[in-house]
Design a protein around this ligand. Sequence first.
Ligand code: C5P
Length: 285
Amino acid sequence: MTTLYEGAFAKLNLTLDVLGKRDDGYHDLKSVMQTVSVRDDVQIDVGTGKPWTLSCTLEGIPADERNLAWKAAKVYLDAIGEDPDGLAIRITKRIPAQAGMGGGSADAAAVLRALNRHYGDPLSILALAELGAQVGSDVPFCTLCGTAMVEGRGERLRSLPGLPDCFFVICKPDFSVSTPELYRKIDEKQIPRRPDHQAMESAILAGDLGKICENIYNVFDPIVTEEHLELNYIKSIFNSYGSVAQQMTGSGSAVFAIVPSFEYAAVICNMLKENYPQVFIAKPV
Ligand code: C5P
């Protein structure tokens, strides 16, 4: 038996635009995504000689074939035609669930990377990301990591240069948002403002943090904020204590701030942690 270890990094959407509904019921998106240092740890025993198992330190996460990490293992092994003679997947969870931070997708992506390494890297990272699209919309990006322009349902990826030095503060409020419901709502609305992806890409290419912050925008943010004014409260704390940009990630409900130094991040974290147990300080990775 061999044990594999892999980090599973959370993602943030620096921008998110919904371009339209597709024939398959999903939506075409355009998003600049970024992986951050909030991470789960994935451990896989290969060759246990027993039926597959999955365990997770967080209750309420499915611990069977419904889990994206399990699905990823299945999809990968089918693709390369290998039988591992039993797998035991263990996930140490830190990424909050129902946050828009791609927690389940990050775990699935970690499984893809770990198994691919175990079998001698038969698939390139892009082929692995493509395989990830069969598991979930955010899995391709979570497989690639870094900073990327993501399009289609999430399967078209283009790597961008890394962000300039900065810190994120991420706060996950107690409430959660149903992703399919949010997509239904956005279908019924005119989107009044959209991110400027050309400006964002230029800012990232120039390494200009000020301009990157000016261009952070998620079309879901006003829709969720309208129903949960609490997001405005969190953003006002961010803003009062040195954040240069604040926005919800994905379909929420986590919101993040970008700050120029750890000192600002620590102050914001202290201000929020009494009311919000799930506050994180993170770096881009
Ligand atoms: O892929 P994921 O499980 O994150 O998607 C959850 C739900 O969000 C989908 O069932 C779909 O209703 C909606 N969705 C969408 N278009 C996308 C991604 C998600 O409509 N590109």
